[in-house]
Ligand binder design. Sequence first.
Ligand SMILES: NC(=O)c1ccc[n+]([C@@H]2O[C@H](COP(=O)([O-])OP(=O)(O)OC[C@H]3O[C@@H](n4cnc5c(N)ncnc54)[C@H](O)[C@@H]3O)[C@@H](O)[C@H]2O)c1
Ligand SMILES: O=C[C@H](O)CS(=O)(=O)O
Length: 486
Amino acid sequence: MSQHTITNQNYIAGVWTTAHSEQTFEVLNPANQGVIAHVPDSDASDASAAVDAACQAFLTWRFVPARKRAQYLKAWHALILANLDTLAGLISLEQGKPLAEAKGEISYAASYVEWFAEQAPRIEGDLIESPVVGRKMMAIKEPVGVTAVITPWNFPAAMITRKIAPALAAGCTVVAKPAEDTPLTSLALVKLAEVAGIPSGVINIVCSSRNNTPAMVNNWLQDSRVRKISFTGSTPVGKHLAQASAATLKKLSLELGGNAPFIVFEDADLDAAVSGLMAAKFRNGGQTCVCPNRVYVQAKVYDEFAAKLVEKVRALKVGPASELDSEIGPMINERAVDKILSHIDDAVQKGARVLVGGNRVRISDGPNYIAPTVLGNVSKNAVLCQEETFGPVAPLFCFDNEQEVIEQANDTPFGLAAYFYSENVSRIWRLASALETGIVGINEGAIAADSAPFGGVKESGYGREGSKYGLDDYLHIKYLCQGNLS
Ligand SMILES: NC(=O)c1ccc[n+]([C@@H]2O[C@H](COP(=O)([O-])OP(=O)(O)OC[C@H]3O[C@@H](n4cnc5c(N)ncnc54)[C@H](O)[C@@H]3O)[C@@H](O)[C@H]2O)c1
Ligand SMILES: O=C[C@H](O)CS(=O)(=O)O
């Protein structure tokens, strides 16, 4: 990735600029800790300038005809696809994602822009039957207003387009803050939005370091002009944002952490279940919110399933994205590696067996590699049952009956995704109803799609992204009642 293709400034009111303080922070390559770029380390003054710009732009953007807004989004979509390889290279560089997966993420990110370009002209209201003569009643939908978009590092393209696209389609304007580990992809996407002709101030993006982010974002939380927050990230931060923004009662979309159960019944197609788990668990090195965090296998097929899984996991290639056959890249940073190793150590201390992996992998490039791991006979008291591991670790639990495994699967504060494999139709409908999650994969491990309502329940948050429901979070309903009509 050559330096000239890297955009490394804030974008406020249509101007690429440094932070007011002129301060910057480093963006590191997780594969080798090399410095990729320096980006602005913004503070409250930059945050406020972004809101000023978004407020000014909202006065006109909200009245741009939906079809025109759709045309801007279609132009952006086309530019994203035309720059797919460059954008994928940025993801691999700053997040470590294997290049093939990074290309898939750019296509996925672009699909949300296309989806909401198609949804924009379909925002409709209702005419309501009046209970009395001489009165007309209707419900119309209007954009919520200036929206703060805060995104995680693990999908630096898809998570930001999954928010900016519906916001713009609805007529909202945006102030965005990408994750400090992976700002470059988001900045490049906003650069393409500028090239697409999206007017100044409609999208504003500011970067801030891990240390400066709380104070910088707090400016948005306290600013009553910011009417909505769309956040994707960890549950603790989501809870903080909800509490800290309560004073100005903002509309919230919270896409938070998960602890997905993956259940294999004795009547499952075991080869399909192994393939489904490989797809769901080891995607992005296990660093996705919908990765199975607990794998429950019914006693009768436990040994056979474990053997099949270990054979597949042992074959996974670990390496940097610069090696095109890498399947498991580096973890995002040292903190992530420490957490994953602590989960493995805790499970082993409580009786689990390492069937494959279980350790760091020293690769010339750097220290952040973990061997793809399968743990056997994991205890229900293992920390990973209550905490998201966010790494390439598949812990196996053995269970006897359906009621037992439903109770174990639901025994978590989280409720984002769950998966199960069974060929029994009646069992499929029982499990689909009993599992306390927003997403259920049934004999399927790959559930992501722009047309699907993505989101969780319990402490995995609320709101839905994508699908025909995805616009609702950026609109509110206004009731009009006209009387004195003859
Ligand atoms: N539900 C989903 O769709 C989804 C998608 C991706 C990731 N996630 C979750 O995100 C987490 C991993 O991503 P992460 O490590 O970037 O999460 P994180 O919560 O640490 O950070 C997410 C974003 O919040 C910002 N942030 C952190 N502390 C903040 C504060 N005090 N005030 C304001 N902003 C703050 C970060 O800079 C980043 O931009 C995991 O829990 C994963 O499950 C959920
Ligand atoms: O990690 C979070 C992403 O939302 C996962 S997905 O790509 O949308 O399935």
